[in-house]
Write a protein that binds this ligand. Structure first.
Ligand code: FAQ
Length: 326
């Protein structure tokens, strides 16, 4: 890591900067009250805002199936999962607010395409098997990515991740259990599961971000211990974890290059289409326009709720002030 002098910090912040670096070096937590370099704050706001937006936009692909879930049990489970995602978004927006970000500003930036959300939520959910595969792959990838984030150097982010990961674990299991049930069903159901696996496998690998040699933020974020592993390390972990689960389920992962490499103690696998990831990130995926239009409409339709809540909070505050003055 750069020393304060090397970063060109002005003399008045040098003591603060070395205290910050000391906190990072000793694996302790940086808290909102602590001094932090502007780059650290900006990196966190970028990542946490993107993470929060992903949870909120991520409600859409599965949310579409709530009214069409095949039984009351499946409907209740899916409802609970989608509600959890709203909750995750809210914890994460709150964590970003501890860094001075403003929630309505973040929402504006999302709607205007100035802040990102995960590429994975720009793919369509064609059948109910997609709901199971999202739980298995997408929540499974989220767990791989987020368990290390529980040790992220920024306190509010790491703490939010602890609860989020517990809930993601339930989400992953409900998806896998749904797929096990479908695989015990008819040939048509088994074909539906395989088709969903084929469509979601590569986009799920892309969730971990570009390869390490093309990941501009990784080195800095790892030096600050915001990220604990590189994109490729986490992708590998996900593949290793998922292959035996696919075997147990009885589906084929759509990668002819996928095989166990005993020497490395890992699975070798093919390369995702990185040009596709770039297209989807830059707004040209199958459902980008639809997802943002839906989010924009929900935001506009919710304006009256925000206005009413603000007026109510102002009234309560005035009453408290009057009570204190009496
Ligand atoms: N999609 O230099 P890097 C979930 C951007 S939550 C879109 O490698 P970094 C739960 C990246 O932002 C899923 N953009 O960046 C759920 C950067 O652009 P920027 C979300 C991507 O930050 C389940 C640029 O590319 N999880 O699934 C993607 O070091 C089911 C260069 O990339 C998180 O956000 C992508 N896939 O590493 C919900 C976890 N990949 O910002 C509902 C926290 C990269 O400079 C249903 N985030 N980009 O303009 C992270 O761990 C990191 O931010 C990475 C990217 C790993 C996503």
């Amino acid at each position: 890591m750069n020393t304060p002098a090397a970063t060109g910090a002005p003399p008045e912040t040098r003591g603060l900067e070395s205290a910050f670096e000391d906190t990072i070096a000793r694996d302790q937590r940086v808290e909102p009250r602590d001094w932090m370099p502007e780059g650290y704050r900006k990196t966190l706001v970028r990542q946490i805002a993107q993470h929060a937006h992903s949870e909120i936009i991520g409600m859409q692909p599965e949310g579409e199936w709530i009214t069409r879930a095949p039984s009351l049990r499946r409907k209740a489970i899916l409802f609970a999962k989608v509600q959890d995602e709203a909750g995750h978004g809210l914890y994460l927006y709150s964590a970003a607010e501890t860094l001075g970000a403003d929630r309505s500003d973040m929402t504006e930036r999302l709607i205007e395409g100035r802040q990102k959300y995960s590429s994975i939520f720009n793919y369509p959910t064609r059948t109910f098997a997609d709901v199971g595969v999202i739980g298995w792959f997408v929540d499974g990838a989220a767990i791989c990515n987020q368990v290390p984030l529980c040790r992220s150097s920024y306190g509010p982010y790491g703490r939010a991740m602890v609860r989020v990961c517990k809930e993601e674990s339930f989400h992953q299991r409900q998806g896998y259990e749904l797929l096990l049930t479908m695989m015990r069903g008819t040939d048509a159901q088994r074909a539906m599961v395989q088709d969903a696996v084929n469509r979601w496998w590569w986009p799920s690998l892309m969730m971990f971000g570009p390869p390490d040699d093309n990941s501009p933020n990784s080195a800095r974020s790892m030096a600050w211990k915001i990220k604990r592993h590189t994109n490729d390390q986490l992708r590998q972990r996900f593949v290793d974890m998922t292959v035996p689960q696919a075997e147990k389920l009885g589906v084929t992962l759509p990668d002819p290059e996928l095989r166990r490499n005993e020497e490395r103690g890992h699975h070798d696998f093919g390369s995702p289409d990185w040009a596709e990831l770039q297209r989807v990130i830059s707004g040209d995926g199958p459902c980008n326009a639809e997802r943002i239009a839906r989010r924009r409409a929900a935001h506009e339709e919710g304006a009256w709720v925000r206005e009413a809540a603000t007026a109510h909070a102002a009234k309560q505050a005035a009453r408290t002030r009057e009570g204190a003055a009496a």
